[in-house]
Design a binder for this molecule. Structure first.
Ligand SMILES: [Zn+2]
Length: 156
């Protein structure tokens, strides 16, 4: 679990108060997450953290792009990603399931891995339609699909 380690915050040795961390979600990250929709990418992840005795209040700002298959021509295209979100990490010996807002960890852990959260946030930020900008699709691929699209339209 190298990825889990690379995207974790070892909060144990940190003082209470404000801290900032920068991570990069790059090709190796998306490869490790094994998602068939995202083939690669490069996103800056800035995490600001307020540490207290009982919890970590984390704010995420993610900005960059991922590589997906274009819905129009099926070639790789860059899809811009922008995401802002908050996460509470509470320390408790009684671990409950992560509900999308609060993550529970044992105080004995000493560090919290954010790989899964960062990954899910990027997936959430993906637009529904993933296409090249107008005019940037592969014309050969488009020509091949045009006939299919016209056939579908005639059925309407
Ligand atoms: Zn395209």
């Amino acid at each position: 679990m190298e990825i889990a380690k690379r995207y974790s915050i070892a909060y144990k040795g940190l003082k209470n108060g404000h801290h900032e961390f920068d991570f990069k979600a790059d090709g190796a990250f998306f490869e490790a997450m094994e998602n068939s929709d995202i083939k690669g990418g490069d996103c800056d992840v800035r995490v600001t953290m307020e540490r207290s005795e009982t919890m970590l209040e984390l704010s995420f700002a993610i900005e960059g792009y991922v590589i997906c298959e274009c819905d129009r021509c099926l070639e790789d295209c860059k899809v811009p990603i922008e995401y802002e979100g908050d996460l509470l990490v509470k320390f408790s010996s009684e671990i409950r399931d992560y509900d999308g807002e609060v993550m529970w960890i044992s105080p004995a852990d000493g560090e919290v891995s954010l790989a899964q959260y960062i990954y899910e946030s990027i997936v959430l930020a993906l637009p529904y339609s993933r296409v090249h900008e107008e005019g940037e699709c592969n014309p050969d691929m488009l020509a091949r699909f045009t006939t299919v699209v016209e056939d579908e339209e005639q059925e309407d």
